[in-house]
Design a protein around this ligand. Sequence first.
Ligand SMILES: Cc1cc2nc3c(=O)[nH]c(=O)nc-3n(C[C@H](O)[C@H](O)[C@H](O)COP(=O)(O)OP(=O)(O)OC[C@H]3O[C@@H](n4cnc5c(N)ncnc54)[C@H](O)[C@@H]3O)c2cc1C
Length: 253
Amino acid sequence: MSKPITELTVVRKEQLTPGMVRIHFSGDLAAFAGSDFTDRYVKLVFGDPAELETGGRPTLRTYTALSPDVAAGTLAIDFVVHGDEGVAGPWAASAEPGDTIPVRGPGGAYAPDPAADWHLLAGDEAAIPAIRQALAALPSDAQGYVVLQVDAASYQQEVAAPAGVELTWLHRSDPAHPSLSEAVRALPWREGRVHAFVHGEGQAVMREIRPYLLKERAVPRDDVSVSAYWKQGRTEETFREWKSALAAEESTA
Ligand SMILES: Cc1cc2nc3c(=O)[nH]c(=O)nc-3n(C[C@H](O)[C@H](O)[C@H](O)COP(=O)(O)OP(=O)(O)OC[C@H]3O[C@@H](n4cnc5c(N)ncnc54)[C@H](O)[C@@H]3O)c2cc1C
């Protein structure tokens, strides 16, 4: 059955960093009741949402729902503003209080397992909202690493982590900083069962970090939440084709 569609209204906007805006929305969030995944997301519908029921194809963009409060009817979304290209980034950059957007959802699949011995959370800006929520859900004595990649120091955000979870920021613009996958590979591997959440740009996440965790480190598939959130040089539509090609390649490997 397809997920419910609701309309969100922009209440307020905050510039979090030069490359990210947080939009606070109000709406009927009944569909979020009972959903405890920390990576809960919605599909923003650019076009007529009625088309979703009639086989049409309005433009969809996927965003993590931050702090959905069903009783208050509020949630926030942190949007990467990545220039003039695309649909959702530019929409967020120019959104004003009172603007509305239909959304479908929520989806989601991950929450950190409190029984894991340690946690590995890694991603770029697009994954910071989901990683922020995962960190907030960890027990205070949780152990592990969080590795976040942004353009430069001025693009860092306040991210709270339990004391035992070591936070590393990587800056793309600094040649002295490793890439996301290099940084993950360089982390001292710990004893015991890891629960991993790794999302962001497709090449880094699916081609580099995923094989490292699943093949080289032999982490069980169920203990790794890994997916591409976006793909350099591709809109979400052509990015879906890339994901299908990758899945087909893996099924014949
Ligand atoms: C489950 C899930 C949760 C997500 N949560 C968030 C979230 O909370 N916040 C968020 O900002 N994104 C999030 N994303 C990623 C977001 O859906 C994509 O970045 C999406 O492509 C943005 O749509 P757009 O219309 O702005 O750009 P598109 O039309 O898809 O792409 C236009 C151009 O912009 C480039 N581009 C797209 N995204 C980025 C980016 N992040 N950085 C640099 N260049 C980019 C593309 O490569 C392309 O060249 C999530 C994705 C998934 C699958």
